[in-house]
Design a protein around this ligand. Structure first.
Ligand SMILES: Cc1cc2nc3c(=O)[nH]c(=O)nc-3n(C[C@H](O)[C@H](O)[C@H](O)COP(=O)(O)OP(=O)(O)OC[C@H]3O[C@@H](n4cnc5c(N)ncnc54)[C@H](O)[C@@H]3O)c2cc1C
Length: 502
């Protein structure tokens, strides 16, 4: 076989791309991953400064459970004979919300329910009914192997093996969490809390958050739990890459794909910015849909299916991120790893409204110099706020916004500003530049209320032999979700290529 010819080329080494690549390499396909940056991982990558190892984005990690079928990160790693040591987080989130609503989502389900019920005793029954219904969704998902819903053979097999679970999922597929919550809960303050429970990972309120995703998140945090990879989130991509190479796959860095090559309308390979060309029977894009269809394909009218998708989904804002190194004595004993801070419900979805905080060194002290912690604080912020500024204006705006954020964070970490040892500020422009994501977006969000997850595309595209994987495909954002997308994409391609173990 010619050296620049492969079975499958994957554009991008985000977790979605790497899971696709490892699944296929493990099944014997000749796989090449092309990554524009210098390390793998995309939004699950890292960077090092002054002895700190900062996670770029994700740090509340689902998918490392030890049982069931929804522990997709554990399963993806084990498919290429690798694993990662993880550290269990006893609390998913410590919420600091308007009206003095200050509560923790404990790994222990009953303890969490009791803490929530103590704030809303008149809704005790409704709270239990809502979260128990989430468990019903999760139990359906967790009963079956999660592969491509586009593959009829798999659908038949899984239906005959688990008919009740399948029918359960079909029922929930077009539903949103807000509709289910309102069936059981009336208190507007509690419904706001459910909105935040959804917003903090879907970046939309409960009415626009698919019930399938809500069922997964609200139950798995108590089942598989939240587990932090020892050595930082970057270890996941590093270990998957190692597994890929052990399974015979290849990865090239600083390899920016400029164009997907077509022959008679079918994807046949890619051309890099350097001019090099690589060919494959199948091409997978781990870039966002906007990047894939508007930048990587030769210029032509946006396919009708993509036009329809863009009418349903829009780009979510990016984030303003503060990567802080702080003196360890800032944090009193008992401080949790993940926090959400909001002072005014009217600002939940606003520019720099909700603040997300992650302190991974509480779980893995090795990520910072001795006597220091990492605080990663981030808040939604759109590209419009950061465009058309010269470098002086851009620097000033970053500093001004960072100081405002620190002032707000003083509410939960008094003394923060005087404990700072290091600060790096990232904006929508940083996310666009280093993650290669259009406008630095976190991912697609519904423009208006949709029928649950029914509108999210699977992996095949209108271009024959071109597939998409990652957070702009079913079932959306989050590491475990893009791992699901990777399993599905790898499975679909394995069947399409007729790989023996598909
Ligand atoms: C601030 C922040 C916090 C988050 N927190 C969490 C969290 O706590 N828990 C959680 O589960 N999720 C979290 N997420 C979401 C999660 O990180 C993402 O949903 C997920 O990592 C997206 O993975 P992906 O496979 O879709 O692609 P990406 O991570 O976007 O990776 C795509 C890769 O493709 C490469 N690429 C793009 N274009 C090209 C090209 N033309 N040529 C070559 N390479 C290319 C990019 O460089 C990148 O490496 C967070 C995200 C952010 C930004």
């Amino acid at each position: 076989m010619q050296t620049n010819h492969y079975d499958v080329i994957v554009i991008g080494s985000g977790i979605g791309g790497l899971v696709t690549a490892t699944q296929l390499a493990a099944k014997g396909a000749k796989v090449l991953v092309l990554e524009r940056y210098i390390i793998p991982g995309g939004s699950a990558g890292y960077f090092e400064r002054k002895g700190y190892r900062f996670d770029v984005g994700a740090s509340m990690i689902f998918g490392f459970g030890k049982k069931g079928t929804t522990n997709l990160l554990t399963r993806a790693l084990s498919a290429v004979n690798t694993s990662i040591e993880t550290i269990a987080d006893p609390v998913q989130i410590h919420y600091h919300l308007p009206g003095g609503l200050d509560l923790k989502v404990h790994r222990d389900y009953e303890k969490f329910l009791q803490e929530l019920i103590a704030y809303f005793p008149h809704e005790a029954k409704g709270i239990r009914q809502f979260y128990d219904e989430c468990w019903r969704v999760f139990n359906c998902l967790n009963a079956m192997e999660l592969l491509s819903l586009e593959e009829i053979g798999y659908l038949m097999r899984v239906f005959f093996a688990h008919p009740r679970a399948c029918l359960g999922l079909v029922k929930y597929l077009p539903q949103n969490a807000g509709d289910v919550a309102r069936r059981y809960i009336k208190d507007p303050g509690l419904l706001k809390f459910i909105d935040m429970e959804c917003y903090c990972w879907s970046v939309v309120p409960a009415d626009k958050t698919p019930m399938i995703n809500a069922g997964m998140v609200f139950s798995d945090r108590h089942y598989g739990g939240i587990n932090y990879p020892k050595g930082g989130v970057g270890k996941i991509a590093e270990t998957l890459t190692h597994g890929l190479e052990k399974a015979g796959g290849e990865i090239k860095y600083k390899a920016r794909v400029k164009e997907i090559l077509l022959d008679k309308g079918k994807a046949v390979g890619v051309q890099l910015a350097t001019g090099e060309k690589y060919y494959a029977k199948r091409v997978v894009s781990n870039a966002t849909r906007w990047d894939t269809f508007e930048k990587l394909l030769p210029e032509s009218e946006l396919p009708r299916r993509e036009q329809r998708w863009q009418k349903r989904y829009q780009k979510s804002p990016s984030f303003l991120s503060l990567h802080l190194g702080v003196k360890a004595d800032l944090l009193p004993p008992g401080t949790e790893c993940h926090h959400i801070l909001l002072e005014d419900w009217g600002n939940m979805e606003g520019e720099q409204g909700t603040i997300f905080v992650s302190i991974p060194t509480l779980l893995d002290p090795g990520l910072a110099p001795e006597g220091y912690h990492i605080i990663h604080a981030f808040t939604p912020s759109s590209i419009e706020r950061w465009q058309n500024l010269d470098s002086k204006e851009y620097g000033e705006r970053k500093e001004e916004s960072a100081q405002l954020l620190i002032k707000r964070l003083e509410h939960i970490f008094p003394g923060l500003s005087s404990s700072l040892d290091y600060m790096e500020v990232g904006t929508a422009r940083t996310h666009r530049r280093f993650l290669g994501r259009e406008d630095g977006t976190y991912g697609p969000i519904p423009r208006h209320k949709l029928l649950g997850l029914l509108g999210m595309p699977f992996n095949r595209t209108v271009v024959p032999n071109l597939y998409c994987v990652g957070d702009s495909t079913f079932p959306g954002q989050g590491l475990n979700a893009v791992a699901f997308s990777g399993f599905a994409c790898g499975h679909r391609i394995a069947v399409d290529l007729g790989l023996p173990s598909a």
